[in-house]
Design a protein around this ligand. Sequence first.
Ligand code: AMP
Length: 587
Amino acid sequence: MGRAIGIDLGTTNSCVAVLEGGEPTIITSSEGLRTTPSVVAFTKKGEILVGDPAKRQAAMNSENTVFSIKRRMGTDSRLHIQGKKYSPEEISAMILRKLKKDAESYLGESVSDAVITVPAYFNDAQRQATKDAGRIAGLNVMRIINEPTAAAFAYGLNNGESQKVLVYDLGGGTFDVSIIEIGEDLIEVLATSGDNHLGGDDFDDRLTDYLISEFRRTEHVDISHDSAAIMRVREEAENAKKTLSTATTATVNLPFLTVTHNTPHHMNITITRAKFEELTHDLIERTSLPVQNALRDAKISARDLSKILLVGGSTRIPAVQEKVRRMLGMEPSRNINPDECVAMGAAIQAGKLTGNLPADSTANAMILMDVTPLSLSIETVGGIATHLIERNTTIPARHSQIFTTAANFQTSVDIKVYQGERQFVKDNTLLGNFRLSGIKRAMAGVPQIEVTFDIDANGILTVSARDMGTGKAQQITISSRSNLSDSEIEKAIHDAQMYESDDSNRMERFTLHSDCESLLMKAQHALNANGKQMDRQEKKRLKSAIAQLRRSVTKIKPASMTDEQMQTLQAQKSELEDAVSGYVNVG
Ligand code: AMP
């Protein structure tokens, strides 16, 4: 097998690495850079430029220059450029093709195998789209791994001790936080969280807006509709932002930014770091919640962390580092390069998969364990999402649970598979469904149907159902959990938090209603079986309690149950429990 490369396909910048002498090494681009801007441009002459040359001509050719394509991966959106349509996969493939070519000229041999990294929060459709982009670029994508996991993998090799590490990854377009346990021979992701719409681009936007408004205030010229001028300002805003990471002031100097009534206007604005921090304060604050969520899901507190790794170019911003320090009470680690460690981790994983790691490398013994980002469930009576695999479960994972039928003589069941955190399936995303038929005719509750969820190392889910009575089985593979975009994932988690109390209210009503139904069944059965021996008074009480509760259960619908109706049901249920207590176990 030839050498395989590791690719960090970033929103703003991409990076490629390979193992050399057992050590991950960054491959410099044909322009001599260690990272490649994730920018593609279509010139007027019909040429396609990728990377630095594309970025440099952006201001002159803004309408034919594509930035941040990663944000569109996994969607069915199309870009219309010079009369042609391009999918996000095709644009990403152009970036990947350049990285592949740069690797080939660096190594002096052809390259086809690669490991590509994605944000931990990427859903199946986005991972699938990334794989497809690789295929379009002529790469055999051996594995898709999570960016923070790759960073930890690069770090794990330098460090033998077992420890819990928080990876705080603020890149150009996304924020990811992962809590990872690095053991002697195991890297395990304990939890991940993030915000797929937060990154360096947002900081650039804030600074751009500020510069435009300052320009309007001082020059009395509005350039907010001049896309070429905005592009130039944005480019300089990004440079100023970077300058402010090391200096306390930065000057944006753009001569001849625009011309009005034959008068040229120049932009010359000095920004202080304090002003920049004021403009972006809320963006930095937004990283708090995902950090707290990840700690909570990993069931640890900040005190249990032994290291914080900063990944992504935006973690060079001093206010970001200060925020991390304040939030977690610890100095973040500085011994890995935030722009390069993800590609390096991917290269190690690539070397491991192709058997190119030196025999004595600690990475050979290391097993990488990732997690599934959202809970997986099936629909049960009342539209309830019954979880089989919880969010942040280590994959590969397998879990089985026994279910039964809800109606008498039911010979088939529909298995509907959902992804999401809400308690009711209607609020989650349907991944697929199938029918298990041929169940033996029996009373409700008698058949035993075993449902099994199986997720492999690439996150592909297979669901199977088996009637334990007849041995009949059915299964589906949900190979593409498509079109659940990153914002939908975020929304799913966000909504779940917001509606948690509302959901538990509804849950209580559904549970009460179905408890009443099953009590009625038991009580009727007890009456039929023991009626003859019962004392007249007792029998009368039982009959009337059954009749009363049956009337209410038929009339009251769980979804619209008022507080008053809930109290009525509770009272009638207690009465029936009392009346029947000598004959059945109602506990
Ligand atoms: P990444 O996707 O990890 O390559 O991160 C790219 C983002 O990091 C872009 O928004 C860059 O503008 C930002 N970035 C790179 N270097 C710096 C720096 N020195 N200070 C602030 N932001 C930076």
